[in-house]
Design a protein around this ligand. Sequence first.
Ligand code: NAD
Ligand code: MG
Length: 388
Amino acid sequence: MKRVSIFGATGSIGQNTIDLIARAPEDYHVVALSGGRNVAQLSEDARNLRAEVAVTAYADCLDDLRVALAGSGIEVAAGEAALIEAAARPADWVMSAIVGAAGLAPGLMALQQGATLALANKESMVCAGPLMMATAKAHGGTILPVDSEHSAVFQALVGERMEDVERIILTASGGAFRDWPMEQLAQATPEQAATHPNWDMGQRITIDSASMFNKALELIETREFFQIDPAKIEAVVHPESLIHALVGFRDGALMAHVGPSDMRHAIGYALHHPERRDLPVERLDLVKIGALTFRAPDELRWPALRLAREVMQAGGLCGAVFNAAKEVAMDAFIDRRIGFLQMAQVVEEVLSRLSAHPGNLDAAISLDNVRHADHLARETADDYITNG
Ligand code: NAD
Ligand code: MG
């Protein structure tokens, strides 16, 4: 039996992971499940999967969780320290599917106990890629990508040598506003941004898809995960979202990963790795699909892509600042305090203010320093949004 834990179990990735595990309950022992305010979902899944412990991120949800799990024998806990404690419980496979920088510490703890970390939380790699990789190496942990593009690249690289890789191409759907005229973007609402043409995902990553901050994070994630020169990483708009990524080799060959827009594909690959097992995903009918199309990404429409290049160039703690500023800007957009186009302005301003004092950003990438940079970036973003 594989011992598994799922952080962010109540979210979109978490629920898709549970869908796969619940199809073969005899194969898994569920150690920990975590969620946020959705106590009903968390407790229902904890009961169905007979988890050892259920953890809510929020202390004010603990009583509700305790009531919901009364008599089940399942332990309950709340708060950040409890999440980290749950990640320290021995498990073979841990899904990291919390959204945002909050996913970093539990993921690091899972690596420290030598688990295989299925990484959906791309923010971990953006904020602290070198720390994630070093922690895995030091403790015998393994990181398997769950982001669909990175899973695709990982699969295209099986049996290959990194020195033969000439380029990695990530595809982007273009998100909700791909075909909107530029003048309209300033008026886009959070509801419009949170509607995705192809994928059914959490609210935040869907908004990130519309602004291309998702692809920006993924460019950095690619750099960190595959340790590849940023100049070799490209993004291309592919409205059908059927090719997830391509790897180009020195002989000109391109290996593409093609599959339905269903995250159970990438989750299942990480769950069964190094084997392949049957997965309940659609089999593509290529004749019915007919054509796959591609467009160049417009950096005027999507300044996030340019900012990601600058962050990769600068290195250090810039990734942590980039991500934190983006999280605050998105909160402000969701609260209608700023417009859609201002999210990138906030991120650019925070990067520029903080990099004016290099001491802020060139410290070693430890968890403490990442947290400090994250905190500074949030304060600076708040200040800029409030006071200009
Ligand atoms: P979601 O919003 O649907 O779920 C997020 C989960 O994290 C929930 O369980 C929520 O309770 C929990 N959470 C939120 N804030 C938290 C906090 N501060 N502390 C602890 N827990 C918290 O998000 P999602 O779409 O499932 O995405 C999860 C992660 O996977 C993100 O990093 C996202 O970028 C990545 N990802 C998602 C998809 C997708 O298809 N949804 C694809 C690729 C990568
Ligand atoms: Mg992705």
